[in-house]
Design a protein around this ligand. Structure first.
Ligand code: 16G
Ligand code: MG
Length: 543
């Protein structure tokens, strides 16, 4: 390592004195103007990680669903996964080192992680459409180059597309071609194959309205839609030509406000969906004939996909295990439906894609979704081989048909991470194959009314949780208070957790009616405020 060169270059990306940031649930995220030094340093870190794993590493510049003025960065590990936990600590140390300490911290990480410095390094970089992203990704490149790493800058990409590129490159092209064209081809071919035999009952069924959150999803979907237009026609809204990124639109807005985004024309019973700002989340929704809004969220996506997969998996008769992974935010009705009606085992993990992803890897076929619309389906290598073999070898019969269908499903899901575009195509294929309308899909089960609230406290770390965030172990008395409040309502459940992305505590409550869910959420917020050091205005009842 040429530490003198690092010091010199770093001076051009100097860290503001005293600023500290954490590698949070999905990397570093804050106001764009505070991130130049972090980007440079993540370029450095990506080189070390690449040398250590002898693989290509990805760096994505995005702040997802957060406001346009924010930005962020995250590293993508060799198989398209989120950065390993031990390296999150290295990332935090490196980002927070004061200028004079930087070389020492860099050497320390190299030693602790046993990095062979003579190894070559290769880093791929992607960015979203934020005005600040281009300059910030140049800072990443500066970091990569000063440590002698090679790189490829993909420029504008969705986050899942960057994960895909990393995965392709580290599997010598077996997973797919590491180009944007390769991504479009792979997914579209699988979609067209899967839907080839469907009978389409008219143009209405083939049209989908997509709110692109004024983000990168719009650019990429516009390029891609010609590849699958014979099976599906998508109409883009909030495509970035007028509105502001994530402002009053996008998956996060729709999910958290439970209302349609601005800038989309919805006729009754039309199928619509929203991506978030970097296109790794998707939720569906529609207006019924009475003009009432219905949200079809990540839980219902998981329910649709797992009930669809169950049949062909049974048909091929190879006893491949199927499991669904959710978080505490999963609507109670969805868990009950999966367990009791679908008879699929359901597991709960902490919030954040990496936790769900890890758990889903324990099954032959692991379906994971957060209620907010992050998710995918992972097939184990063994399951994939088995399915591909059956699709080839068997005679033309029902079993082979099932195997072939599963083969296309494997290709259609972005196995590296949750992907709004890939999930959208899977959902559209399932609806077409099953001849389901969005209303019929929505009717799989009825969501329990629920409410989410935020509480400001002096230090959110005074709350610690266990049991996949469903129980608070600290501060003393809080869980007991929640238990007492929950007892007052029917079909009720509530939990609290410190946010991993904002300086607040989140409260979730569900109950038999909206009124009860609201009042339980309010009472729990008050308990948090009183027992966990609330600051500012006390929570108020009513919404
Ligand atoms: C991040 C996570 C998301 C999670 C959210 C929770 C990834 C890629 N993203 O956006 O999965 O739902 O954080 O935020 O892991 P919170 O901790 O503020 O509730
Ligand atoms: Mg996102």
């Amino acid at each position: 390592m040429d530490l003198d060169a690092v010091t010199k270059q770093s001076a051009l990306h100097a860290k503001p004195d005293g600023l500290t940031l954490q590698y949070g649930t999905a990397g570093f995220r804050t106001k764009a103007e505070h991130l130049d030094h972090v980007m440079f340093r993540m370029g450095l870190l990506a080189v070390l990680r690449s040398k250590q794993t002898k693989s290509t590493i990805g760096v994505m510049v995005t702040a997802s669903h957060n406001p346009e003025e924010d930005n962020g960065v995250k590293l993508v590990d060799p198989l398209g996964e989120m950065l390993a936990q031990s390296w999150e600590e290295h990332a935090t140390c490196l980002a927070n080192a004061e200028e004079p300490d930087l070389p020492r911290v860099l050497v320390d990480i190299g030693e602790k992680a046993a990095v062979n410095l003579h190894q070559d390094a290769f880093v791929v970089i992607g960015r979203d459409t934020r005005p600040s992203s281009e300059k910030l990704s140049q800072s990443v490149i500066d970091g990569v180059t000063v440590l002698g790493g090679q790189f490829h800058d993909y420029g504008l990409l969705t986050t899942p597309q960057l994960h895909y590129m990393v995965y392709c490159r580290n599997t010598s092209g077996r997973y797919g071609k590491a180009t944007i064209e390769g991504y479009y081809q792979k997914l579209s071919t699988a979609f067209v194959e899967l839907t080839k035999q469907t009978f389409c009952s008219g143009d209405d069924q083939r049209t989908l309205k997509v709110d692109c959150a004024n983000g990168i999803g719009a650019l990429k979907l516009r390029e891609m839609k010609h590849y699958f237009s014979q099976g599906l026609s998508v109409q883009l809204f909030n495509d970035g030509t007028k509105g502001k990124l994530n402002h009053l639109c996008g998956a996060d807005f729709v999910k958290s406000h439970q209302k349609p985004p601005q800038g989309i024309e919805m006729k009754s019973n039309e199928r619509c969906c929203s991506f978030d700002g970097d296109a790794d989340r998707i939720v569906y929704y529609y207006h019924d004939a009475e003009g009432q809004f219905h949200l079809v969220d990540g839980d219902k996506i998981a329910a649709l996909i797992s009930s669809f997969l169950k049949e062909p998996l049974l048909e091929i008769g190879d006893s491949l295990s199927l499991g669904v992974v959710q978080t505490a935010y999963a609507n109670g009705s969805s868990t009950r439906y999966l367990e009791e009606v679908m008879k699929v085992p359901v597991y709960c993990t902490k919030t954040g894609v990496k936790h769900l992803h890890r758990k889903a890897q324990e099954f032959d076929v692991g379906v994971y979704f957060e209620a907010n619309g992050h998710g995918t389906v992972l097939f184990s290598k063994a399951a994939e081989m088995k399915i591909k073999q059956l699709a080839k070898e068997l005679e033309e019969d029902k079993k082979r048909k099932a195997a072939k269908m599963l083969e296309n499903v494997i290709d259609l899901f972005n196995q590296a991470t949750g992907d709004a575009i890939s999930d959208m195509l899977v959902i559209e294929a399932i609806l077409a194959l099953k001849g389901l309308t969005v209303q019929q899909w929505d009717a799989l089960y009825t969501d329990l009314p629920n409410r989410q609230l935020k509480v400001k406290v002096a230090d959110r770390q005074v709350i610690s949780t266990t049991d996949a965030e469903r129980q608070a172990v600290k501060p003393p008395g809080l869980q007991e208070a929640i238990n007492e409040l929950v007892k007052k309502y029917r079909l009720s459940r509530a939990f609290v957790r410190p946010s991993g992305t904002e300086d607040i505590v989140r409260v979730y409550a569900e109950a038999d009616s909206q009124e009860n869910a609201d009042s339980l959420a309010y009472e729990v917020s008050l308990a948090v405020f009183q027992l966990a050091g609330g600051i500012g205005e006390r929570p108020q009842p009513g919404f």
